[in-house]
Design a protein around this ligand. Structure first.
Ligand code: GTR
Length: 395
């Protein structure tokens, strides 16, 4: 009998494993039956009686559960913090914009990391402006201060024309998006997190860094630090949620196409799973999260609780019709399940009972949503709706 070379056997084995991992469900009838943890019940079984109770007891509990089991513990501000203006142009965009490029240094006395921020504010603004801060997980060309590549991913010209400032930092400055190198940014400041099962990794580092950029923005003369809107797409959208949930100084949160471990319910078996995300991106979440591979129902949280942790601050969530990987239906369900927490506050949310049709944005206080026709992306259309939503508060 001829022997099959070991190389062929192992290739077939790897192929079978990758096919198995790729086999995500897209069949609504197999999305499963599940019960999500109650937003308004404490771990000890007691009911949350109102906004005060939520803030004093349940919200801290929820955030701590996400820290321990999902994103990793979030350290406070660094012991060393400084910034310097690298470049300023008060005549940018043909005189319409005021450009600043700022370098933020964060350190612990031993290690130091640098975060670069690009920022435009309207040149003729009469007072401090509200500002959109993008956690940029794509090419820095999208946010180039020279404006030689215009893209819907960061449409600075349009956002400025609407009266807002816009800023961005690169996730790679905070933590390179790579399983070999993710510790090379700000995580060097927190060596104790490397071996801790609840130590934060890349997404924690990006969210922590968003908070440091906000530390800077609060000091900037052009920006209203109480009106900073944190925005992210996809992995950046997971991060904008986590950043806003942790840091109540963010006045508004926008999470675009964030999907698994973003705004979509983890227990709903549709699109990307926890096992899949932990396998493809082992450097994003705390090691503890791996224990929930294939065991979403055992998670002490689900993603509606992350959305709820942002209440009562306004939150806008999106999907794209062709982005089934991110589970549009499971995203809207999470938003609906978060709504009772927002409704502990005077500004009541009245999300439609049915998920809004494609390209029919639901723009209302304090929860907004749209499902854009098209693929996984962040476009001019998406930003147009973000501005409309922000206008409800800041115009
Ligand atoms: C995918 C990942 C998604 C999403 C996306 C992105 O590969 O599975 O969860 O984060 O990347 O960030 O573009």
């Amino acid at each position: 009998m001829k022997r099959i070379p070991i190389r062929i056997i192992s290739t077939c084995f790897l192929l079978a494993i990758s096919l198995f991992l790729n086999a995500q469900n897209y069949d609504e009838s197999k999305a499963g039956v599940y019960t999500v943890p109650e937003a308004l019940v404490l771990e000890n079984g007691k009911k949350v009686k109102g906004a005060k109770d939520w803030e004093a007891k349940r919200r801290p509990e929820v955030v701590a559960l996400f820290e321990k089991h999902v994103y990793g513990r979030m350290p406070g501000p660094p012991t060393h913090f400084a910034f310097r203006l690298l470049r300023e142009d008060k005549q940018a965009m043909a005189g319409k914009a005021h450009l600043k490029e700022v370098e933020i240094s964060v350190g612990n006395g031993v290690e130091e990391a640098k975060i670069n921020v690009v920022m435009f504010t309207p040149a003729f603004a009469k007072k401090k402006v509200p500002l959109f801060l993008l956690i940029n997980n794509r090419s820095a060309r999208n946010t180039a201060p020279e404006r030689d590549t215009l893209s819907g991913f960061w449409p600075a010209e349009q956002v400025l024309a609407a009266g807002y400032g816009i800023a961005a930092f690169q996730v790679a400055d905070a933590a390179p998006d790579n399983k070999e190198h993710y510790r090379e940014g700000v995580l060097r400041l927190f060596p104790e997190t490397a071996s801790a099962p609840d130590g934060m990794k890349a997404i924690g580092a990006w969210a922590w860094t968003a908070g440091r950029v906000l530390d800077y923005l609060e000091k900037d003369n052009e920006v209203n630090g109480k009106q900073v809107i944190v925005v992210g797409h996809s992995r950046g959208g997971k991060t904008s949620l986590w950043a806003a949930a942790l840091d109540p100084r963010f006045a508004m949160c926008i999470s675009n196409n964030s999907g698994n471990t973003g705004a979509k319910l983890s227990r709903r078996n549709f699109g990307e799973t926890v096992q899949r995300i932990n396998t493809s991106f082992p450097h994003w979440f705390a090691d503890n999260y791996q224990a929930y591979n294939g065991r979403e129902s055992d998670l002490p949280v689900d993603q509606h609780l992350l959305l709820a942790a942002i209440a009562p601050r306004p939150l806008y969530v999106t999907n794209a019709t062709k982005d089934l990987w991110a589970d549009p239906k499971g995203t809207y369900l999470a938003l609906q399940l978060a709504q009772p927490v927002f409704n502990l506050y005077p500004e009541q949310s009245r999300l439609p009972a049915r998920q809004p049709e494609p390209d029919q944005p639901y723009i209302a206080k304090p929860l907004g949503y749209h499902n854009r026709t098209g693929k996984h992306d962040m476009t001019y259309y998406d930003w147009e709706q973000f501005v409309r939503f922000a206008d409800l508060y800041f115009k």
